[in-house]
Design a protein around this ligand. Structure first.
Ligand code: FAD
Length: 302
């Protein structure tokens, strides 16, 4: 059996695997897609110590770094079940069962899509999901934020300081964000809020040039010319398969303590699949390191 089995091969999983392997314990990583979300990322400018890199390049160097150590990488395999017996068992969709003394869950998250024409087509060509990452690309431009919850309004406030103008498009008749955020938003001169509006299409040629929405009260269609659309309707943790095992919060994020421990002894978690406050590469790597050190502490005590 493994001493530490990491499930998920994004920044959190890679970091956890390296920290575990450096303790000289038997370490494995099973990942559906080694690299994770960064494989879908173009420019990265906030990975501290590296002024600029690109997602696929960072993913390749994560893999190269993990392979410096004696880590079994099991790629293109999806975990579907975890169960604690004498050892912890992780069953893969292939039917194989991996056994380990400790497990680190680092299955990440995915952005919730609006699923309108143009969204997939213009991803990274004006359609963005992360204001901390891609906001500066829209300096002096007109953008829209889809979603009037806390993340949408935070994004709009953030973008208003960079972009020329920000339009918030909310499906419901009212914004759902906290009132302090709404007050801050409405104090800004370059923000327009459109409520009760259904996004119909993100338009463009080689990149985004506008957005079309339907006024749900009148059925009338409107088109706004702009260069960027931030989709902010939620991040979904990849934790559905853990139903009934480790404790998760209301939105499905795994609840961890300061050592990365979950409610199931010997099972740790790190990165975007957990209830961490923010989801970024550097943060998920830090929590991956924490979870590995937490798992090592657990091993020497049990
Ligand atoms: P992920 O990267 O999501 O990795 C999860 C891993 O788990 C993957 O290997 C996946 O295949 C695997 N997995 C999932 N389910 C299973 C399963 N059941 N069995 C086995 N394996 C499974 N952050 C920044 O700091 N700077 C940026 O510029 C930036 N830009 C971004 C741009 C885009 C378009 C996106 C989508 C995200 C961006 N982020 C950025 C956020 C950053 O990518 C994430 O915070 C980070 O990748 C989280 O790492 P993670 O390891 O927790 O999860």
């Amino acid at each position: 059996p493994f001493d530490v089995l990491v499930v998920g091969g994004g920044p959190a999983g890679a970091s956890a695997a390296i920290y575990a392997a450096r303790k000289g314990i038997r370490t494995g990583v099973v990942a559906e897609r080694f690299g994770g979300q960064i494989l879908d990322t173009l420019g990265i400018e906030n990975f501290i110590g590296t002024k600029y890199t690109e997602g696929p390049k960072l993913a390749a160097s994560l893999e190269e770094h993990v392979k410096e150590y004696n880590v079994d990488i099991i790629n293109s395999q999806r975990a579907k079940r975890i169960e604690k017996k004498d050892l912890i068992e992780v069953e893969l969709e292939s039917g194989a069962v991996l056994k380990s003394k400790t497990v680190i869950l680092s299955t990440g998250a995915r952005w919730r899509n609006v699923n309108v024409p143009g969204e997939a087509e213009f991803k990274n060509k004006g359609v963005a999901y992360c204001p901390h990452c891609d906001g500066p690309l829209f300096e002096g431009k007109d953008v829209a934020v889809i979603g009037g919850g806390n993340s949408g309004i935070e994004a709009a406030i953030d973008l208003a300081g960079i972009a020329k103008h920000v339009t918030v498009i909310e499906f419901a008749p009212e914004l759902k964000a906290d009132s302090v955020l709404q007050d801050r938003l409405f104090s800004l001169p370059n923000v327009t809020v459109v409520k009760n509006a259904q996004t119909k299409e993100i338009t463009g040629t080689d990149k985004v040039n506008g957005i079309t929405y339907v006024d749900r009260a009148t059925g009338e269609e409107h088109h706004i010319e702009l260069q960027g659309v931030f989709v902010q309707i939620g991040l979904v943790p990849n934790t559905e398969w853990l139903e009934g095992t480790v404790e998760r919060n209301r939105i499905g994020e795994i609840i961890v303590d300061k050592r990365g421990a979950t409610s199931l002894p010997g099972v740790f978690a790190a990165g975007d699949c957990t209830d961490s406050a923010y989801n970024q590469i550097i943060i998920s790597m830090g929590s991956g390191a924490t979870a590995a050190l937490g798992a090592f502490d657990y091993l020497i005590r049990n």
